[in-house]
Design a protein around this ligand. Structure first.
Ligand code: ZN
Length: 140
């Protein structure tokens, strides 16, 4: 018999250089495990030591072996795309950020826009907001 491992679902939140409170809440709010902000960098305490998150990095929630605890590890956007696909998006429409049509898009209620998988992972919310404004101004 052959078996294929079930695909693993990971939760992640993007560090944008200015959303430490959101990241702390995502991490469960434990003050001892809270990351330390240094300018637009975030020092993440992990089970293997401190790791630095840069703006745009995704903070990925990972269980650590043989325990019920989680590690919160910064992952570069390109590395996340290499190993993961984002699946909670809807299938049709136009990306409000890059403007591509017929791409899978996700509704971002806070940003009041639909964006594609690529823009979601590669751009920070601030970068997307700039694009939304440019796109609105470009419209006749
Ligand atoms: Zn896009």
């Amino acid at each position: 018999m052959k078996f294929r491992k079930k695909p693993e679902v990971v939760e992640a939140m993007q560090w944008n250089g200015d959303n430490r409170k959101g990241i702390v809440a995502f991490m469960g709010g434990n003050p001892i495990l809270s990351p330390i902000q240094d300018g637009d960098k975030l020092h993440m305490p992990t089970s293997t030591g401190s790791q630095v998150a840069l703006p745009g990095d995704w903070i990925v929630k990972r269980p650590y072996a043989g325990s019920e605890h989680f590690d919160f590890v910064p992952v570069r956007p390109s590395d996340l795309l290499k190993h993961c696909e984002c699946f909670d998006f809807e299938f049709d429409g136009t990306c409000g950020c890059c403007g591509f049509k017929d791409v899978p898009v996700k509704l971002m209620p806070k940003e009041k826009a639909y964006i594609c998988n690529v823009c979601l992972v590669e751009k920070t919310p601030q970068q997307r907001m700039v694009k939304y404004r440019e796109n609105l101004e470009a419209k006749p």
